[in-house]
Design a protein. Structure first.
Length: 146
């Protein structure tokens, strides 16, 4: 079972992959990597907060949903309207781009050239900024605590 350190390494690896995919203009794959980076960061924080040697595979912990992971990580008040407005806005803007379970992206066929693209350069760069901004980014908040 993955532990806190492996989740931290995975988070950073997914961010690196997202940058590479963004340079290659593979917006859908980059968006997926950014979502996966956030999931790994939240799970690393959960391991730390709950003082777990590895992430539990129990029913209540088997989730990929950002909001559920936020609660388990103890960030509910931080990423709320009563918390820091800029950090809350970064969180809200990031998760609003994944309206359903973001993991379902694995099973979606990438947009064809004739279909409208779900992910484009503007959206993915916004996702990246909301996640990594050094002042208000979601990961800045999480990494201070993991």
């Amino acid at each position: 079972m993955p532990d806190r350190d492996s989740f931290k390494k995975s988070c950073n690896a997914h961010l690196k992959s997202a940058k590479i995919l963004m340079r290659a203009e593979d917006w859908e794959a980059a968006a997926y990597m950014l979502g996966h980076a956030l999931e790994c960061a939240l799970k690393a924080l959960i391991c730390n907060k709950l003082q777990l040697s590895s992430y539990p595979e129990k029913k209540h912990f088997k989730t990929h949903e950002f909001v559920e992971l936020k609660v388990l990580a103890g960030l509910n008040k931080i990423f709320s309207p009563s918390g820091n407005a800029d950090e809350f806005n970064s969180w809200s803007a990031f998760i609003s781009e994944y309206p359903d379970n973001w993991v379902s992206m694995r099973y979606q066929i990438p947009s064809s050239s004739t279909a409208p693209r779900v992910w484009d350069e503007t959206k993915v760069k916004s996702l990246y900024n909301n996640l990594t901004d050094p002042q208000t980014g979601v990961l800045r908040v999480i990494k201070k605590r993991w």
